[in-house]
Design a protein around this ligand. Structure first.
Ligand SMILES: Cc1cc2nc3c(=O)[nH]c(=O)nc-3n(C[C@H](O)[C@H](O)[C@H](O)COP(=O)(O)O)c2cc1C
Length: 354
């Protein structure tokens, strides 16, 4: 029930999206997670405006089940469901539930087919597909999603940092989801994914979302001190176990570009490198950095907090109005200007709160 309360507070204070995760098994302190689609439904059932992004993992999910589930949810929530197609990075999770463990590029090839099937099932009267992983023969999904928002199908998010993830983002997804990163890291990924999208005729069609951990305090030093406490008091065994597990993700790719490939212990205390996004400081600093991210082309920021109960509300009452006010004054459009104002904080690890 606490998550339902957080979702209700979030939509009351102006959040537009919430993300749920899928984890069938962890072994690094993240075992107690609910299944993502049913958990998303619980949030949707208890909110009115929030769009909930449900994680789907090809392998355990077949695209026809996923397409059918999400189309139904789309109907009874008036189009408030989106999906995040995750590719899996944790070998023991797959083998313990009897799923083949495909190597990195093959996992992403399967995810690409999975996304193509979702879109095809949702938008074709009869869907035919001959892939290596999935086949369909004149499949007529009914009812189709309502598409109340004017989009052709529920939004499809897809995350990762590797070349495979970027290609899937560029060729098939509506949103490319990023972990926390440096300014250069964000710029490099966004430019690269846009170029890849252009090459396949999808220029301007891929949007960007990022994960960040947010701490807002009266002074920057108080915020940095709290970050130090969070990192210092982390469950060492759990973080080391997570570090070991993620070697099957980022570090396993040929060019070492994958997620977590260069994450340090302190970064991994937050699963998706959220501290690196540096939404940590005074309300003015956090608002400035949000506008910087916006100017880079990021239009959804996924936020995590230490004390959800109070922090979501405080973010909504202190930071969001400031962001909206600055947006009205024309901020958040010119990346050079935003980088000049605040970009330095992202540049080197030395200027990082740590
Ligand atoms: C915001 C975000 C949310 C994610 N949620 C999940 C999840 O719920 N379950 C999961 O197994 N992987 C999740 N992933 C992991 C990705 O699907 C992918 O396995 C990971 O980013 C490794 O990518 P890479 O090796 O291509 O860089 C998520 C990634 C991002 C960026």
């Amino acid at each position: 029930m606490s998550n339902v309360r957080y979702a209700q507070t979030a939509e009351d204070v102006g959040f537009e999206y919430a993300l749920t995760q899928i984890r069938f098994m962890a072994g690094y302190g993240a075992e107690n997670q609910h299944e993502s689609v049913s958990f998303s439904q619980a949030l949707l059932h208890n909110t009115k405006k929030l769009n909930v992004i449900a994680a789907l993992l090809p392998g355990p999910w077949n695209p026809v089940v996923a397409a059918k589930q999400v189309a139904s949810i789309d109907h009874y929530t008036n189009g408030r469901i989106s999906v995040n197609v995750v590719s899996g990075w944790f070998k023991a999770e797959f083998t313990s539930i009897g799923q083949w463990w495909l190597e990195h590029a093959e996992r992403y090839r399967r995810s690409r087919e999975f996304i193509e099937c979702l879109k095809g099932i949702w938008t074709n009267d009869k869907f035919t597909y001959k892939g290596d992983f999935y086949q369909f023969h004149d499949y007529p999904l009914s009812p189709k999603p309502l598409n109340l928002t004017g989009r052709p199908h529920p939004l499809i998010f897809q995350g990762g940092n590797s070349t495979d993830a970027r290609d899937n983002g560029a060729t098939a997804s509506d949103y490319y989801f990023m972990n926390g990163n440096t300014l250069e890291g964000f710029q490099e990924q966004i430019t690269d994914v846009k170029e890849r999208a252009k090459k396949v005729g999808r220029e301007g069609q891929v949007r960007f979302a990022v994960n960040g951990f947010c701490i807002v305090k009266e002074t920057e030093s108080q915020a940095i001190q709290l970050l130090g406490e969070i990192q210092g008091r982390a469950d060492q065994d759990a973080v080391h176990a997570f570090k070991d597990a993620v070697t099957q993700a980022g570090a396993s790719t040929g060019n070492k570009k994958g997620m977590w490939a260069d994450s340090r212990f302190e970064d991994l205390v937050q699963y998706n490198d959220g501290f690196k996004t540096k939404l940590i400081g005074t309300k003015e600093q956090v608002a400035d950095r949000i506008l910087l991210l916006k100017s880079l082309g990021i239009d959804i920021i996924l936020l995590a907090f230490l004390h959800y109960e109070d922090d979501i509300e405080n973010f909504g009452s202190q930071v969001l109005p400031l962001v909206r006010k600055l947006e009205k004054e024309g901020r958040g459009k010119n990346a050079e200007d935003e980088i000049r104002r605040t970009g330095d904080v992202y540049k080197s690890r030395k200027s990082t709160p740590s």
